[in-house]
Design a protein around this ligand. Structure first.
Ligand code: ADE
Ligand code: ZN
Ligand code: ZN
Length: 260
């Protein structure tokens, strides 16, 4: 082996181990949620949303919240993607992030969309952001512990590659399954009308506590330096799929309440 080949191999191995810290459901997760929500929109809501988004679907705009992270103009929205408060405290009594959190972010978007004085341009912004945030709220580790940034600091191996617990739930399990967002959105569980109604019930805060309860379990599912692979997906991918489905149904509920 010559020197150049050796260096190339070393470079490739290092490249593989670099983990980008992108703290969100990946694109596939967000798009699946948007696509599922489309099925539950009322005609009236669908029409108004289509007009606002100029034909772009909810799956297409669902990743907007992440795309704007590349523009410093939007830095002030960074903390809107999650909320961390102690597991033994109520959100209402917890110390709030002055920059805002996902609960405040969703409330802000909903209020702006309901306000007739909001400009068309701002409505488009808040609608796209709302689609994204209802998705993030259902990634349980977005309602996590502050100490480890919702599991971002819990480094683990995913199929021998460096990752972290947060990322496993945002992206790794979904990408490893290797289905497109359209396939994932078509292959959801058949739910009765009563089940759909029951999922749609509750407030943003109720859904926040539900995610927090799941996060508690997820924290017990793995520890620092664990090697996660097939067995982890076998145990938890069902929960990922059910969260995507719930999130889609609830996104439609929130949008139907605004536009219905
Ligand atoms: N950064 C800090 N806490 C986070 C969380 N819970 N989810 C995503 N990103 C975070
Ligand atoms: Zn996000
Ligand atoms: Zn995330």
């Amino acid at each position: 082996m010559n020197k150049l080949t050796f260096l190339l191999i070393v470079f490739c191995v290092f490249q593989q181990n670099i983990v980008a810290n992108n703290p969100n459901w990946g694109a596939t997760g967000h798009r699946t949620i948007g696509e599922i929500a489309e099925k539950y929109l009322t005609k009236k809501a669908k029409k108004q949303i289509e007009d606002l988004l100029n034909g772009q679907g909810l799956a297409f705009v669902s990743t907007f919240g992440d795309e704007i992270k590349s523009d410093h103009k939007y830095d002030k929205y960074y903390t809107w993607h999650y909320v961390n408060f102690p597991f033994d405290t109520k959100y209402e009594n917890s110390q709030k992030d002055k920059k805002g959190d996902i609960v405040m972010g969703i409330e802000h978007c909903v209020n702006a969309l309901k306000d007739p004085s909001t400009t068309q341009k701002d409505k488009v912004f808040y609608l796209k952001f709302l689609v994204h945030l209802i998705g993030d709220l259902h990634q349980p580790l977005h309602v996590g512990r502050k100490e480890d940034k919702g599991g971002n600091d819990i480094k683990v191996l995913w199929h021998r590659k460096k990752s972290n617990l947060h990322r496993v739930w945002d992206t790794d399990m979904i990408e490893f399954y290797n289905m497109s967002y359209t396939e994932l959105s078509k292959n959801t569980k058949n739910l009765s009308r009563a089940q759909i109604e029951s999922i749609s019930e509750g407030s943003i805060l109720d859904w926040t506590y539900e995610s927090q309860a799941l996060a508690k379990k997820i924290y017990k599912s793995a520890k620092m330096d664990d090697k996660l692979s097939y067995r982890y997906s076998y145990k938890y991918f069902g929960l990922v799929r059910s969260q995507l489905q719930k999130s889609g149904i609830r996104l439609a509920k929130v949008l139907n309440d605004i536009y219905g």
